[in-house]
Design a protein around this ligand. Structure first.
Ligand SMILES: O=C(O)CCC(=O)C(=O)O
Ligand SMILES: [Fe+2]
Length: 316
């Protein structure tokens, strides 16, 4: 329950009647319970080694129940917008990942379907058959349906409006040491590039191919790889190696800039940090800002590894 921060809960809710003590004391209890819920659900610090991602303070939570998790929607939303990454350990069973779907809506975000034939949830899991593509009229297999390494990218880089956020529900992590999920801040990438490449990427539009399994009516889109948010100054990136044309552009300098990126991002372990295994485990939900972070995964060793993904936007 939301209440004003500087007022008592009864005041904030506009309750002035002094005879309704019962209701007021219930509200106070609820508010206290809410405060302690937030305190208890915020895990102080996740230990990380030097190659592991250190979750910023206030980004790792536990949700004791589904309702507690949904009640925390505004806390998660703020943490995601501020830090670009949030992890929530679910202490309840959710085999169908319904919490992920409901949480995205509760946080006032808008989930995007994956393709014309697939809904808002996508199984990242070994799937030899793939999914039906409306682009080809045939089944198409995604990298996420294979056990292969998936090098650095952002999700939905081929969308007309690139995916801003995504969430993963870890159903079954790789228990054989593979499938390590890694993240890198867009700023880390920008710092690796020459100023000239940064300027070229910031000024160039590319034709990007939509992979058949994600077809939504068009086979190519026009997009920029890098943008600097005029308000926040954040570097925002959209990138996936296999969606560029060859050469990437008719402009030689733009093509050279993309090749420089490809050289930096070809190896899943080249940059960034691994999400520690103590976070990347069963029944944890990870929410990411897909423009401020890139991600990769190393080759999968455990064929039972299984994640469920949702992609979403700010509703405006
Ligand atoms: O398997 C993973 O850890 C990530 C997969 C992924 O990034 C994708 O399917 O877009
Ligand atoms: Fe991805």
């Amino acid at each position: 329950m939301e209440t004003g921060e500087s007022q008592g809960p009864a005041m904030a809710l506009g309750i002035n009647s002094s005879d309704d003590h019962h209701e007021i004391s219930n509200l106070e209890n609820l508010t206290n319970a809410h405060a302690s819920m937030i305190k208890e659900s915020l895990v102080a610090q996740i230990p990380a080694s030097s190659d592991e991602f250190q979750f910023p303070p206030g980004t790792f939570f536990t949700a004791a129940t589904r309702q507690v998790g949904l009640d925390m929607r505004n806390v998660y939303r703020k943490a995601l917008i501020k830090n670009g990454i949030v992890a929530i350990e679910l202490k309840f069973d959710d085999p169908a990942s319904q919490f992920l779907v409901d949480l995205v809506a509760a946080m006032q975000f808008k989930a995007d379907k994956h393709s014309d034939t697939q809904g808002v949830l996508w199984d990242v899991k070994l799937n030899d058959a793939g999914v039906l593509s409306t682009g080809t009229g045939k089944a198409a297999r995604s990298i996420s349906h294979s056990l292969n390494e998936f090098d650095w990218h952002t999700d939905g880089a081929f969308e007309t409006k690139p995916t801003r956020f995504f969430g993963l529900h870890i159903i079954h992590p790789d228990k054989m040491g593979g499938g390590v999920f890694r993240v890198a801040r867009a700023e880390e990438l920008v710092a690796l590039l020459s100023p000239r490449t940064v300027a070229t990427l910031n000024n160039s539009w590319f034709t990007l191919r939509v992979p058949p399994e994600f077809h939504k009516g068009v086979s190519t889109v026009q997009g920029k790889v890098l943008e600097i948010d005029p308000v926040s100054g954040d570097a925002l990136v959209r990138y996936r190696r296999d969606i560029f044309l060859d050469p990437p552009s008719s402009n030689e300098e733009a093509s050279a800039a993309v090749r420089e990126l490809m050289g930096r991002l070809g190896d899943a372990e080249a940059i960034g940090e691994a999400i520690p295994a103590i976070v990347f485990k069963e029944n944890v939900v990870i929410l990411m800002d897909n423009a401020r972070f890139l991600h990769s995964r190393t080759e999968i060793k455990d064929p039972r590894r299984w994640l469920r993904r949702i992609r979403f936007h700010d509703s405006v």
